[in-house]
Write a protein that binds this ligand. Structure first.
Ligand code: HEM
Length: 408
């Protein structure tokens, strides 16, 4: 479904139909089986409507209810796919705890820096011959969340982690959704139901955080390195900026961030140019709504087209061009968002982990840029940043080999 739509959306953008479709405000109403989907392609319409309670819900499809309790009670726990009061409560809980832990501030910096040091060591071992990017990127990102929720960290080389990751992948491929109560039904009889629900709720919030980090933050770091390998001039400019500001015997930290504006602008441009979540995360109409003259029945799935607005020339001049400077003002000051930008979603459901994710991206990427140069495996070769067919046209091939050189 996603693939078909992306193909349509991308061909429309490339064929220059973007402005025609944009003027329609609602792009298209597609029926998949019994379900209606409405795609919003105009950024301002999406921004306005996604801020209203009418579109703050997520669909509650059977496939989304992964836990046995969720299926029984016919509602989803956690944050990403929950609705109503549980969503309000859980989202507040996460935002509150992220704030307490020092989201956007230096308290959490030490925790991330520990992973950054491990990551730099891991990359040093990859400089001898062309190599694909290490899984350690995912472990480092997961380790930060792991430490937040359990104060425990794994070694980036820990075989147990590799095994758990492998087994989880295998299980989710070969088995229907399950929960630990399926395996240990006795739990139901000695833990009171409200306490059990509370524990399950906490588990789901943690799961949401792990999924969000691994599927977005780690992916953006990998993507960033693919982009830099194919855009050597931009990589050099970032490295010069870092060398000017950060002494070679220390890693870039938050105290250097205000001066590393080109780096932050490049991270933002990767978020825009790659549109890593091209159709964002689904919303649905919480009740019957009249939107810009169209009747949208309750339950209709509504999508704001991130990939579309990121390639809309109304908001981004020459949108296909990779140009980090579009996020710098005349004085070289970095601005992280503008009309048309929606990498972290919009309105009431906007990503609550944005500041945290941006900090992690900045600290991990700046350290890698300071210490290594990334290039195609042979000097004449080219890395491809074109969306890969194998990846449903969403992102470039991230299994490409890199030449990773240690910087002196
Ligand atoms: C580069 C990294 C990330 C990107 C690009 C990203 C992007 C997004 C997007 C597009 C949404 C949907 C927003 C909407 O529906 O309008 C979202 C939701 C969410 N994200 Fe992130 N995210 C990132 C990292 C994180 C991290 C690190 C966390 C946790 C600490 C997190 C937690 C969440 C949660 C809990 C939601 C669901 C919010 C809700 O439904 O109310 N995200 N994210």
């Amino acid at each position: 479904m996603k693939l078909y739509f992306l193909l349509i959306a991308q061909s429309c953008c490339k064929a220059g139909f973007c402005s025609v479709l944009k003027s329609l405000k609602l792009l298209i109403n597609v029926k998949y089986g019994t379900m209606n989907f409405v795609y919003l392609c105009d950024f301002k319409t999406a921004k306005e409507w996604f801020s209203k309670p009418e579109f703050a819900d997520r669909p509650s499809w059977e496939s989304i209810k992964v836990l046995e309790g969720e299926r029984r009670q016919n509602k989803v726990s956690g944050i990403v796919f929950s609705n109503g009061n549980p969503w309000i409560y859980n989202r507040r809980f996460l935002v509150h705890h992220l704030q307490n832990l020092g989201m956007g501030k230096s308290k959490i910096e030490g925790l991330i820096m520990r992973e950054v040091e491990g990551l730099v060591e891991e990359f040093k071992g990859l400089t001898k011959e062309p190599s694909i990017l290490p899984k350690a990127i995912h472990f480092a990102v997961a380790n930060v969340i792991w430490q937040l929720v359990s104060s425990h960290r794994f070694s980036l080389k820990d075989e147990k982690v590799q095994l758990i990751r492998k087994k989880l992948g295998e299980i989710s491929k070969s088995f229907p959704p399950f929960s630990f109560i399926d395996f240990y039904p006795v739990v139901k009889y000695f833990i009171p139901r409200p306490v059990l629900n509370y524990i399950i709720g906490l588990m789901k919030i943690m799961l949401d955080m792990f999924r969000a980090s691994n599927s977005s933050t780690a992916r953006i770091i990998r993507l960033f390195l693919v982009y830099m390998s194919s855009l050597q001039e931009i990589q050099e400019r970032i490295q010069k900026e870092i060398d000017k500001v950060v002494p070679r015997d220390s890693l870039p930290g938050l105290e250097h961030r205000n001066e590393l504006t080109y780096l932050d602008a490049t991270i933002n441009e990767v978020l825009r140019h790659s549109s890593v979540l091209p159709i964002g995360v689904l919303r649905c109409a919480a009740k019957d709504v009249r939107l810009e003259g169209y009747d949208i029945p309750k339950g209709t799935a509504v999508i704001s087209l991130e990939a579309f607005s990121h390639s809309d020339p109304t908001y981004f001049e020459t949108p296909n061009e990779f140009n980090p400077s579009r996020f710098l003002d005349g004085n070289g000051k970095y601005f992280p968002t503008c009309d048309g930008f929606q990498a972290f979603g919009l309105g009431k459901r906007q990503c609550p982990g944005e500041q945290f994710a941006r900090m992690e991206l900045y600290l991990m990427i700046s350290a890698l840029m300071q210490n290594f140069t990334f290039a195609p495996p042979d000097d004449e070769g080219q890395m491809s940043i074109a969306p890969s067919l194998e990846r449903s046209f969403q992102i470039p091939d991230m299994e490409q080999k890199f030449k990773i050189r240690l910087r002196n």
